[in-house]
Design a protein around this ligand. Structure first.
Ligand code: AMP
Ligand code: GLY
Length: 424
């Protein structure tokens, strides 16, 4: 089959890498892709205005695309899957209405509350006075969340009342995130350890993947500012098999049936951000797409054919597929540009990519571009260096040995990825 993949980051490189391994995939077109994706067998990077949904659908029709896979949330929230399905095109990813699970935190919290899916207590506020009054009444710690998409920056975990009030002023008063912050969700602070549980679903059944754990802070010891994610590992031992079953029964399955009952069936990858404390597991957030950089450690452990699974999800036939996982472990270390997540320079030549691969690591490109015959940096998170081995410790050692081969001016990475798993 011919597959079209939308996106350009490390997550999409991992998706393309796994899809290209499928004997069923003849050709994989990636819009816009990246230099790492361009080197993969069967893959071709193309330029396409992915914000123009009709144009993307025209392209899929003209190029006889059998399956379109959407990496990032924005095209899904904008309704790409709806445009495709209206034309009879097969797409992996939820409809616009179902993507509201990520696109609107209020929507997502309301569904969870209605169907008794465990999550933090919350209040939805549409105006600044009500929001401030609620914070005054509840006190800190409290979590302030912009309702809409805010590029991963719309959540403030406030440890004092003042922090919460000033977050509200920024979101609702100064419109820091535009209309995304016109409504906020105020949430009870949950203590515990986080894990990401991604799942495949065709709208009727849902099958969890292997649990992983991200490292959101920029520096070692979980210090420094929040980032898109500085590294991941899988499996995440915090989500024991028993807790994963519990999350499947109490969270994933009820959500899929809730979305059906609400008339907005959810298909594609459902990403559940979970908070684990003892034997309690609650939802922090849902995303309507694969995680980045979670995908970079989850897919290398998938022993089954990803194209076949995605096609089954898109066509309501997931019950006909067996999904098998390796019993190994994977670690991904992000190599970032100095200064990230604040300002950083671009265009730095990257060396050592081949040497890292020769050590058995897979180097996923996230923020790179071609400059002549050189590969240079073009983003904050530049590479995701991933290694698979018998256990987390061995995978981590292998990943860091590969990371040490790679260099560019002002490169940095965390040196403690997977510390929680190794401390157990
Ligand atoms: P997000 O940017 O939506 O991925 O989430 C931001 C981060 O805020 C999450 O990964 C959690 O670390 C934290 N967070 C969100 N909601 C809560 C909550 N209710 N209690 C504690 N931490 C939270
Ligand atoms: N790694 C966090 C996310 O993909 O949202």
């Amino acid at each position: 089959m011919n597959v079209l993949l939308i996106g350009s980051g490390g997550r999409e490189h991992a998706l393309a890498w796994k899809l290209a391994q499928s004997p069923k995939v003849e050709k994989l077109l990636v819009a816009p892709g990246n230099p790492g994706i361009g080197l993969l067998d069967k893959c071709e990077c193309i330029s396409l205005d992915v914000e123009n949904l009709d144009l993307v659908a025209d392209f899929a029709q003209e190029n006889k695309i059998d399956l379109t896979v959407v990496g990032p949330e924005a095209p899904l929230v904008a309704g790409l899957a709806d445009v495709f399905e209206a034309r009879g095109l097969t797409v992996f990813g939820p409809s616009k209405a179902a993507a509201q699970l990520e696109g609107s935190k209020a929507f997502s919290k309301n569904i969870m509350a209605k169907y008794n899916v465990p999550t933090a207590f919350f209040k939805i506020c549409d105006n600044l006075e009500d929001a401030k009054a609620y914070v005054e009444a509840k006190g800190a710690p409290i979590v302030v969340k912009a309702d809409g998409l805010a590029a991963g920056k719309g959540v403030v975990v406030a440890f004092t009342k003042e922090e919460a009030l000033s977050a509200l002023d920024e979101m609702m008063g100064d419109h820091k995130f535009g209309s995304a912050g016109a409504r906020v969700v105020l949430e009870e602070f949950m203590d515990g350890e986080e894990a990401s549980l991604l799942a495949f679903t065709d709208g009727k059944i849902i099958v969890p993947m292997i649990a992983s754990q991200d490292h959101k802070r920029a520096f070692d010891g979980d210090k420094g500012p929040n980032t898109g994610g500085m590294g991941t590992y899988a499996p995440a031992p915090v989500l024991t098999p028993a807790l994963r079953d519990k999350a499947t029964e109490e969270i994933l399955k009820p959500m899929i049936s809730a979305m059906q009952k609400e008339g907005t069936p959810y298909k594609g990858c459902l990403y559940a951000g979970l908070m684990v404390k003892g034997d309690s597991v609650k939802v922090v957030e849902f995303n309507c797409r694969f995680g980045d950089p979670e995908t970079q450690v989850v897919l290398p452990l998938l022993d089954s054919d990803l194209a076949e699974i995605m096609l089954a999800c898109a066509t309501g036939k997931l019950d006909q597929i067996e999904i098998k996982w390796s019993d190994k472990a994977a670690v991904c270390v992000v190599v970032a540009s100095g200064g990230y997540p604040e300002s950083y320079e671009k265009g730095k030549e990257i060396s050592g990519l081949d040497a890292a691969s020769e050590l058995g690591a897979v180097v996923f490109h996230a923020g790179t571009k071609l400059a002549g015959d050189k590969i240079v940096t073009s983003g904050g998170r530049v590479l995701g260096v991933t290694a698979v081995d018998d256990n987390i410790k061995a995978a981590r050692d292998k990943a860091y040995t590969a990371v040490d081969k790679i260099s560019f001016e002002k490169a940095f990475s965390r040196r403690d990825i997977a510390w929680r798993a190794l401390n157990r």
